[in-house]
Design a protein around this ligand. Structure first.
Ligand SMILES: [Zn+2]
Length: 131
């Protein structure tokens, strides 16, 4: 299931503040309709309803590459070591929650991706294998 939330975005062009629907979590095996956007690098893309200016939000997105046993956190801000460490800690506290998750965690590769190009490549490979 896609995890969605809304967030306030300030347009970089006209300064209009608007509410945008954003995706926090994607399960690729279920959310096939999002493959094309991800492959095109359109993660975290929002558009101002007033002036149509497109911008990309600096927020993290969790992508589950089921059945590849791969979980990717896409976060442009994770070039900083402290941000990366926080993601790692979050992940460890989630999989440490119970035994089932811990098993999943042991079999699952956890990857932090900061570059859009890198994410596009991962999704393209996934689509090739499962499309
Ligand atoms: Zn605008």
């Amino acid at each position: 299931m896609v995890g969605r939330s809304t967030t306030d975005v300030k347009c970089v062009k006209c300064k209009n503040v608007y509410e945008a629907d954003v995706v926090d979590h994607i399960d690729l095996s279920e959310d096939r309709d999002l493959w094309r956007n991800l492959k095109a690098g359109k993660a975290n893309r929002v558009q101002c309803p007033k002036c149509r200016k497109v911008q990309y939000l600096n927020r993290s997105l969790v992508i589950n590459f089921e059945p590849e046993n791969l979980i990717v956190v896409f976060d442009p801000a994770a070039r900083k070591k402290v941000v990366r460490e926080n993601h790692m800690k979050d992940y460890e506290s989630v999989v440490g929650f119970n035994e089932t998750l811990e098993e999943v965690g042991n079999e699952t590769e956890f990857k932090i991706v900061t570059k859009k190009e890198q994410l596009k490549k991962l999704v393209a490979d996934y689509v090739k294998a499962h499309g």
